[in-house]
Design a protein around this ligand. Sequence first.
Ligand code: GAP
Length: 555
Amino acid sequence: MSTQASTARMEKIVSLCKRRGFIFQSSEIYGGLNGFWDYGPLGAELKRNVKELWWKSMTRLRDDIVGLEATIIMHPKVWQASGHVDTFSDPMSTCRACKKLVRSDQVWDMLETTPWAQAVRETSPEGKPNPEALLKWAKGKGLRAVPNFVFVKDPEAFLARVAAHTGEWDAQGQSLIQILCTADAAGPLSMPCPHCAGELTEPRPFNLMFKTYVGPAATEEDIAYLRPETAQAIFVQFKNVVDSTRVKVPFGICQIGKAFRNEVTPRNFTFRSREFEQMELEFFIKPDDVVQAQTGAVAALAPDAPHGEPQPNWGWELWHKYWVEERFRWYESVGLKRSSLEEYWQKPDELAHYARATVDILYKFPFGTQELEGIAARSNFDLTQHQTHSGKSMEYFDQEANLRYVPHVIEPSAGVDRLILALLCEAFEEEEVTDEKGQTETRTVLRFHPRVAPVKVGIFPLLKNKPDLVQKAIEVRDMLRPLMNVFYDDGGAIGRRYRRQDEAGTPFCLTIDFDTIGENGPEKEGTVTLRHRDSMTQERVRIADLPALLLGKIS
Ligand code: GAP
C-alpha cells in the first residue's frame, strides 16, 4: 500500500473510532491531552473482551499460571532496583527554531509521514535527486512551508554539492531527505525537526517515568512514580505468591493493568500513548544449570522443529520459543491473521541489558510494521536486583532438586491498546455492495472475530409500530442478554440497521418479522432471520436454538 493510501486508511479508521464510539481524545472539550485516549461504549466492550480472553487463556485454562492485581504506585526503591530511575530514558532533542521536543531516535521514521518531507520526495520520484524539481520546490512551496530547512536556505549551493556526491551518498543507502540534510559529503548528518525542518539540538536522555508525591509534605523524599510497566510488581510479590499458593517452578504470575510513560512524541493514534494498559506474564523457570543437574542435559533448541509440550529438560531457550509460539497462536485466536504478523529477533546491540534474547511480535499497521508484544528472556536479573536492594531473599526452594536458587524468567509483555488498534486495523474494510434496488454503495464493515466483537448480536423488530413484533423482539433480547452483549434497535429501515451494526463489527443480527409471530402460517412461527455480517447471507433459525448456536460461535 502506498504511503498516501495507508495514511488515508488510517484517517478513516480514526474517524470511524470517534463516530461510532470506539475511541475518543481524552478531555476533548478542552482541546485534548496529547498521548491520552478514552474508550467509548464500543471500545470499552472491545477492550474488556480482549483482556478477558487473555486472562482466561493465561489463568483459567492453565494450571501453571496465577494472577495478580497490584498498585500503580509502589515504593520508589522498586524503580531504583529495576534500573528505571537510572536508565529508563529516551534520547530527546529540541528544535532550535520552533522549540518543539522530539525523540531523536524517531526523527527519520517521523519524516516518512511528515508533509514537507513527502513533498521533497515527490520532487524526485526515482529516489535520486531531481535538481530542477528540488530547486523549484525550495524557492516556492518549500520556502513557505519550511523556511528553516537548511536546504531551502541555500538550495543552489546544496544542489551543487549533491550533484558532486550523489553516487557516494546513494552508496551509503541514505534517503533523499538525509542527502539534503548533509551539509557536505564528509560532514555529519544533521537531523531536521520533523515539524519545521529546523536544526535539532544534540540528543540528551529524558526519563520517561511520571513523578508524583505521596503524602502532603511533597518534599524530595516523597517522590514516587506511576509504574512504567506492570512487571515489577510481579517480581516484588514473587515471594508472597510462592508462600501463599501451591505453585512450583516452572510457573507464571500474570497481571493486566495501567502503565504510564511520559513519551516524548506520542503518535500514531493510540499506538504510542502516555497512559496505556499492559498484559504481562512473568514465567519463572529453573536456571539451566539446575535443569542440567536434574535431567542430565538441557534439551537443545531446534529452531525449525515444533517444541511440543513442556518437558523437564527444557532450558530457557526452549521455554522462550514455547512462549513465542503460544503468543502467536493466541493472536490468531482473537482474529489477527498470521500473515499480518511478523516475528522479529532483536539483534545483540538492541537487547535490553537484562535480556538474553527478545522476540518482538510485530503487526503490519497502516503506518508501518510495529511492535505489539515483546517476549524477553530476562534471566534472573529482576529478582536478583530486588534481593540486593531490599535485602530480602528471593530464593526459591526446589523440593525436586533439593536446592535453592533464584528462578529465571521468560516475559511475554503485550500492550492492550496496541492490540485494540491492531484489531481495528485488521477488521476495517470498505466494500462496494449492491442493494435490492440495484444501487451500489460503499459498506464499511469491521470484521472482528466474534470472540472480541463488542456487540455479539443486533436484535431488530421489523417494524416498531407493531406491538406483537416488538414484544417478541424484547423476549428474544431478554433471553439472550444474560449470555452475551446484545443491541436492540428498532429505528429506521432494516438495511440501515444492518449497516450500523456492520460499522460496529457486530457479527450477527436477528430480525423478528411476521413469520416469527405466525402471521404467515405455523411452519415459520418461532423462527427469526439470522443475518451474518461478513457474507451478508441470511438464514431462518428457531428462537429456541439461538442460545446454543450463538454461544458456539462467540466462545
Ligand atoms: N515489561 C517489559 C516491557 O514493559 P516494553 O516493550 O517496554 O516491555 C511492552 O512494553 C509492551 O507494552 C509493548 O510491546 C507495547 O505493546 C506496550 N507499550 C509500551 N509502551 C507503550 C506506549 N507508550 N503506548 C502503548 N503501548 C505501549
